[in-house]
Design a protein around this ligand. Structure first.
Ligand SMILES: [Zn+2]
Length: 141
């Protein structure tokens, strides 16, 4: 028996069909790093909502109107009076900064709803979801 055969044993079912292979720990540890790149990747996990930044924005709220909790997606008609209390979320908080730029993802159509808070008014922009191209994911779709 060659060294190769000692490291690798092919497994067959009772009908002689190849069902898998058993390899030694030593061989596995040497080929694992190369194989891992070939295995299908799990879809990237969604980032947690940046609630802390939203809390900070509310804390330093210096606009001429109360904190606004309503979100409306013009693309699909999805809307809420208070996104914070929706369970599950109708809109996910994607980003938020102290300048008053707050971005949501519409959980219905994946569109982006951007609320810009100015001193005296709020403007809202809705943009369609554009899938992010990823080499790893391309083969899966
Ligand atoms: Zn939508």
């Amino acid at each position: 028996m060659s060294n190769h055969d000692d490291n690798l044993t092919e497994l067959y079912d009772k009908d002689g069909n190849l069902i898998g292979a058993l390899i030694t720990a030593q061989l596995w540890s040497s080929i694992k790093p190369r194989i891992m790149d070939l295995l299908p990747k799990e879809a990237p996990k969604e980032k947690p909502e940046p609630i802390g930044e939203w809390e900070t924005l509310k804390q330093y709220w210096d606009f001429a109107y109360p904190v606004d909790m309503d979100v409306h997606c013009e693309l699909c008609g999805n809307k809420t009076e208070n996104w914070e209390t929706d369970e599950p979320r109708k809109f996910r908080l994607m980003s938020c900064n102290l300048g008053g730029l707050v971005t949501f993802k519409c959980m219905h159509c994946q569109g982006r709803v951007t609320k810009k808070h100015f001193k005296d008014e709020i403007t809202v922009e809705c943009t369609e979801y554009v899938p992010e191209k990823s080499k790893h994911l391309e083969a899966r779709y």
